[in-house]
Design a protein around this ligand. Sequence first.
Ligand SMILES: [Zn+2]
Ligand SMILES: [Zn+2]
Length: 139
Amino acid sequence: MELRNCTSCGRTFAYSGSEICSRCGNTDEEDFQKVKEYLYDHPGATIVEVSEETEVSEKKILRYLRESRIEIREEDNMMLDCERCGASIRSGRFCDKCSGELKRELTSVLKPKEKPLEKPKANKTGTKMHIAGMRKKDK
Ligand SMILES: [Zn+2]
Ligand SMILES: [Zn+2]
């Protein structure tokens, strides 16, 4: 049995494939339903709006997006960036192009790496800046 610290409350719990403990998992599911219902009624809402209306933290909403449990309507949303190239994506962690490339890289994992990973293109104007700006407005 592997013990981990819950990423939500910090409590130690028996790891079973989820980053959060079962106690947080229950509220997490409730929060997720709230977010989902809100997005259903208000398609195209921003993370800030959803967070204010549902009282679910922006961090959590971003996690749902990263976990592909919800997705952003517009392709060009500036809310969620590909972790590899910085392109706007609607859910998950990588854009279609990068997830394709990453899959190919995984299949050739036994070969030695020829060159180091490229730096993400959108380093200066990446997600962090957009989200920081949104948080400020939120206060
Ligand atoms: Zn917890
Ligand atoms: Zn990408």
